[in-house]
Write a protein that binds this ligand. Structure first.
Ligand SMILES: Nc1ncnc2c1ncn2[C@@H]1O[C@H](COP(=O)(O)OP(=O)(O)OP(=O)(O)O)[C@@H](O)[C@H]1O
Ligand SMILES: [Mg+2]
Length: 112
């Protein structure tokens, strides 16, 4: 199992959520965050100038998925979250050791 952590632009949330549902994603965590990437939250780079970091509102998605489903999920997020402008977000993928469905006690991929 993998954990996919994606940051997206907030106005893209519903489109991304719907597209992920269409490829079989049945659950996710959604968090309102602030962050910054290569532009330090600015829309332009002022060469040589010092400037403060701006924290920009983003949505963070946490999705735990079976290994075989990761690539379609990554493709779907990329296709739907992309505007082509800076700040479209990042996607990170890490391993997940264990999962438990509390109601039933199911573990591993059965719990996802
Ligand atoms: N190296 C990083 N580690 C953790 N989170 C990051 C990292 N880079 C970006 N993020 C998160 O992703 C959000 C969006 O980043 P962003 O899309 O601006 O990345 P970027 O590398 O600057 O790409 P772009 O040039 O397209 O803007 C940030 O607000 C931050 O929450
Ligand atoms: Mg950026």
């Amino acid at each position: 199992m993998k954990l996919i952590i994606a940051t997206i632009k907030p106005f893209k949330l519903e489109e991304v959520r719907q597209a992920l549902s269409d490829v079989g994603v049945t659950g996710m965590m959604v968090t309102e965050i602030k962050g910054y990437g290569a532009q330090s939250g600015h829309t332009e780079i002022y060469r040589g100038a010092e400037y403060a970091v701006n924290f920009v509102p983003k949505i963070r998605l946490d999705i735990v998925a079976q290994d075989a489903d990761v690539d379609p999920i990554l493709d779907t997020i990329q296709a739907t979250a992309k505007t082509g402008k800076i700040g479209d977000g990042k996607i990170f993928v890490t391993n997940v050791e264990q999962a438990v469905r509390v109601r039933t006690g199911e573990t591993g991929t059965d719990a996802v």
